[in-house]
Write a protein that binds this ligand. Structure first.
Ligand SMILES: Nc1ncnc2c1ncn2[C@@H]1O[C@H](COP(=O)(O)OP(=O)(O)OP(=O)(O)O)[C@@H](O)[C@H]1O
Length: 537
């Protein structure tokens, strides 16, 4: 049978070994196989795929420093076709190979003649480039769009990137390689702790390894084929209490101490990158792992924000300040361990689920209580909503009364006086009215019950049954999906709580109806987000 022959990389420059290319894609770079030891050459400097039937080699430059084909520097991440006799310079001017295809019948004439001595005459001029082919769109386009360029293995340089404005930074240490198994860790309280014993570090030097086992365990993960990644929330960067350069400096010293390559995701403020949200992980998956699919069964995350209760006695410890690490792992269906379980093989401690559990939320079956209550009245009426910020009043009103009742809302009209005037005008015209305000106290509701009384119109009260914990979740959800809504802070929520009085029929309502939140979403993305843990406890 006819053999497809061989493809040989014949050294023509530098003291490096010839390499026989197999059928499978091969990384050529700093390795025992090539004997290249030079630090300016990445381990995966170029990816070469030989096609024996076509007698071509697909070349993709991946290294931090350039490689060239026939004297022309290859754009990083682009595929180039090299033919028999072409020259690939793994490091231009230093390490070059000539590509030689052989077959059983006929050895190309020059193949055996290739010697380090003839390199000069064989290197074509820069404009004699070999067949350059697009791998991912236009070269200009791909160089401006980082997501399209396969990332480098960064064996030479370290890098710091802020792919989404200043919301997130990714620091990649020297030697990080994309892998499908991810060993990921929180930093504060997991990898390091303060030297001072303070909860927050006093200064940039106030740290020490949290457990003496940290370097050993991480080294073992690295050796076992895991990519080691840190995910840290550093909101003080957005608050300008900490400079990103200073924090990265600290991270570098931590990674130097552990002495293995680590990629570090630094979330600087609020939003989708902040744990327990999964933005950092998604970014790793989509843009910082060379498109390599992550093996979720093998991968894991370790963090100290695990929602553990305080314990007394021998192993006395304070309650965890948050549950954001565990909740991020739960959002991702990723294996999770606390640092004590991971580094010390301690037994798992009980932990508290958040009061509102979006992942396991089973909505009530009935929208209204009592179940017999009707959404709309046969004749003109007024409905006064009662519910905290974020309890779901507007969503309920929009879904059920848009185009049917006059919707009166202070968010739109500005003042309660305008709301009362708008309600009166609509009722005078024979239109039913629904008042979409928080209306926490008797005083605020009285404005409408009195109006109804004056106009001899029945008035019902619809009270959101949403718990405060669910409302907080919904506010966090809204912040992500509708940034146009005014932000709600704890002060606003507490003000509602302190004013709140349960509505009664004695106030002039003909009935009080409780309203449940039955989630309905505009798309699957929103639905998935709603069912994730968005708050840190
Ligand atoms: N039934 C529902 N289905 C899906 N999402 C909902 C539902 N109810 C509320 N939400 C979501 O929860 C968040 C808060 O709801 P909404 O804005 O209706 O609350 P609100 O009580 O009107 O708050 P505020 O008084 O602060 O304006 C919104 O992002 C909304 O989309």
């Amino acid at each position: 049978s006819k053999s497809a022959g061989e493809c040989l990389l014949k050294c023509i420059n530098g003291k490096i070994k010839d390499v026989k290319l197999p059928q499978d894609p091969t990384f050529i770079g700093r390795s025992p196989e090539t004997e290249i030891q030079d630090q300016c050459c990445s381990r995966k400097q170029v990816k070469l795929t030989a096609n024996f039937s076509k007698r071509i080699v697909e070349c993709v430059a991946l290294g931090m420093n350039p490689s060239s084909l026939n004297g022309q520097v290859m754009s990083k991440g682009m595929a180039y076709e090299a033919k028999d006799g072409d020259i690939i310079e793994v490091v231009p001017g230093k390490y070059s190979y000539k590509i030689i295809f052989t077959s059983e019948e006929s050895l190309p004439e020059n193949s055996t003649k290739a010697t380090p001595g003839n390199s000069k005459e064989n290197i074509p001029k820069a404009n004699e480039s070999s067949g350059k082919r697009k791998l991912s769109g236009d070269p200009e386009e791909s160089s401006s769009s980082a997501s399209k360029i396969p990332r480098t293995d960064a064996t030479v340089a370290e890098s710091l990137e802020a792919p989404d404005g200043k919301l997130i930074y990714i620091w990649t240490s020297k030697g990080v390689i994309s892998r499908s198994k991810i060993a990921s860790y929180d930093i504060d309280g997991t990898i390091i702790t303060t030297k001072s014993g303070n909860v927050f570090p006093k200064n940039l030097d106030d740290w020490k390894l949290a457990f003496s086992e940290v370097p050993g365990v991480l080294k073992k993960n690295h050796a076992d084929g895991f990519k080691v990644v840190f995910f840290t929330n550093q909101a003080s960067i957005a608050k300008r209490k900490l400079k990103i350069e200073d924090f990265v400096g600290k991270v570098k010293r931590i990674v130097e101490k552990i002495n293995i390559p680590v990629q570090v995701f630094i979330s600087t403020g609020k939003g989708i990158y902040r744990k327990p949200m999964v933005g950092m992980w998604r970014l790793l998956e989509e843009r910082f792992n060379d498109g390599l699919k992550i093996d979720m069964k093998e991968s894991f995350f370790v963090g100290d924000a695990a929602g553990r209760a305080a314990t007394k006695g021998f192993q006395k410890r304070k309650k965890d300040h948050s549950c954001s690490d565990r909740l991020m792992a739960l959002n991702l269906n990723l294996r999770f361990a606390t640092p004590e379980e991971h580094f010390l093989r301690a037994k798992a401690l009980p932990w508290e689920r958040p009061e509102f559990d979006p992942k396991n939320y089973v909505p009530p079956k009935q929208l209204l209580q009592p179940p017999g209550a009707s959404l709309h009245a046969a004749n003109k009426e007024m409905i006064v909503m009662v519910g905290s910020p974020g309890s779901g009043k507007s969503a309920f009103v929009q879904a059920n009364y848009q185009g049917k009742y006059e919707i009166v809302s202070r968010d739109k009209l500005g003042t309660w006086q305008k709301c009362v005037a708008a309600a009166e005008a609509a009722l005078q015209c024979g239109k039913s009215v629904i008042v979409d305000n928080t209306n926490p106290d008797i005083e605020s509701r009285k404005r409408y019950t009195e109006l109804a009384k004056k106009l001899k119109c029945p008035c019902r009260c619809f009270q959101m049954a949403t718990t405060p914990a669910q409302a907080r979740h919904q506010i966090a959800f809204r912040e992500l999906v509708d940034p146009s809504h005014a932000p709600i802070n704890d002060m606003v929520l507490n003000s509602f709580k302190s004013k709140f009085k349960d509505p009664t029929t004695a106030e002039g309502f003909s009935g009080i109806v409780k309203v449940n939140v039955i989630p309905k979403f505009k798309d699957k993305k929103h639905q998935d987000l709603f069912h994730m843990y968005l708050l840190d406890k």
